[in-house]
Design a protein around this ligand. Structure first.
Ligand code: NAD
Ligand code: LMR
Length: 340
């Protein structure tokens, strides 16, 4: 199962039992960049969702075969393929959730910011089309550098007069997925129970796992904190290096993105118990955008889980202060690009 974060204790017992998967649910999801390394396995996982009636897959090339292939799966949603910019508007009409993994991935030796010059334009163009065709949709930005592409998307939506900060998400779910996996391995815990909030952004030191807030409560010595934090921050690079030039994380990313889609659909469907980490417009710090755990509802972000940032360890507090200048610069770079 694509399991989202558990609710904080107080809300858990009272609300979890109220939601049952709605057999009548019929949401439409579009994936832009669907023929790529992330796009294809993501489309497959999303095709398995019982909450979806239509899956629109869009790319600049190679969509037809992917759409035909997927359409033979006997799960409820209808698959429609759209190729090239002339078909982009139709791929977005009536869509509830748009996921954007379009763009180039890293090769060894590159930072995510090295992708900016290509991916910034791709995200800008795609979000303009989203603004024109499905301005009410939840928008999930996967394309890197997320610390800049999310602010670009916000700026484009503002320029189009349709920006709803509650519905625009930078996807950081993979950081949580990794943190949960690595912590469970290290501490010999049952994976399904482990939940580590990861805050900040999605690159290097801006990825800050709050290990002291791990549930169930676990204690870590200083060495473990240091080792786990670095592994979580460098996990993307670990995959880039293992793939030796053939790209970055695709399968674990598709898994994480599918979990975030499923959480969004459950929230749209009225589940009152949906919590995920995401890079969103935020008042939690002095930065305009910040990743934290948020509560999702029908209208998008319903609440910020500010308690995660209270009572941090000295290590976490220092790391939080240290990440802010880099995250701020990446955000400003994105905004400046979109305003020029
Ligand atoms: P990929 O090269 O395998 O696939 C990208 C796809 O985007 C290709 O099919 C390409 O045709 C398509 N594309 C390019 N320009 C497009 C446009 N203008 N409109 C529509 N589609 C377009 O790359 P990938 O491995 O799938 O990675 C995609 C992006 O996701 C990269 O930027 C990567 O860095 C990022 N990523 C983010 C995370 C995260 O945690 N947020 C994790 C992994 C990868
Ligand atoms: C990841 O975290 O795997 C992605 O952001 C891709 C990358 O370039 O590391």
């Amino acid at each position: 199962a694509l399991r989202g974060a558990a609710a904080p204790k107080a809300q858990k017992s009272s609300q979890r039992s109220q939601y049952h998967l709605n057999p009548q649910a019929s949401y439409k999801v579009a994936i832009l960049g669907a023929a790529g390394g992330i796009g294809q396995p993501l489309a497959l996982l999303v095709k398995m969702s019982p909450l979806i009636s239509a899956l629109h897959i869009y790319d600049i090339a190679n969509v037809k075969g992917v759409a035909t292939d997927l359409s033979h799966c006997n799960t409820p949603s209808q698959v429609l393929g759209f190729t090239g910019t002339s078909e982009l508007p139709n791929s977005l009409k009536g869509v509830d959730v748009v996921v954007i993994p379009a763009g180039v991935p890293r090769k060894p030796g590159m930072t995510r910011d090295d992708l900016f010059s290509i991916n910034a334009n791709i995200v800008k163009t795609l979000v303009e089309a989203v603004a024109d065709n499905c301005p009410d949709a939840f928008i999930h930005i996967i394309s890197n550098p997320v610390n800049s592409t999310l602010p670009i998307a916000a700026e484009v939506l503002k320029q189009k007069g349709v920006y709803d900060p509650k519905k625009l998400f930078g996807v950081t779910t993979l950081d949580v997925v990794r943190a949960n996996t690595f912590v469970a391995q290290k501490k010999n815990l049952k994976l399904i129970d482990v939940d580590v909030p990861v805050v900040g952004g999605h690159a290097g030191i801006t990825i800050l796992p709050l290990l002291s807030k791990t549930r169930p409560q676990v204690s870590f010595n200083d060495e473990e904190v240091q080792e786990l934090t670095l592994r979580i921050q460098n996990a993307g690079t670990e995959v880039v290096e293992a793939k030796e030039g053939a790209g970055s994380a695709t399968l674990s990313m598709a898994y994480a993105a599918a979990r975030f889609v499923e959480s969004s659909l459950r929230a749209l469907d009225g589940d009152a118990d949906v919590y995920e980490c995401s890079f969103v417009q935020s008042d939690l710090t002095e930065l305009p955008f910040f990743a934290s755990r948020v509560k999702l509802g029908r209208k998008g972000v319903e609440a910020f889980i500010s308690s995660d940032l209270q009572g941090l360890t000295e290590y976490e507090q220092k790391a939080l202060e240290a990440l802010k200048p880099e995250l701020k610069a990446s955000i400003e770079k994105g905004i400046a690009f979109a305003q020029k």
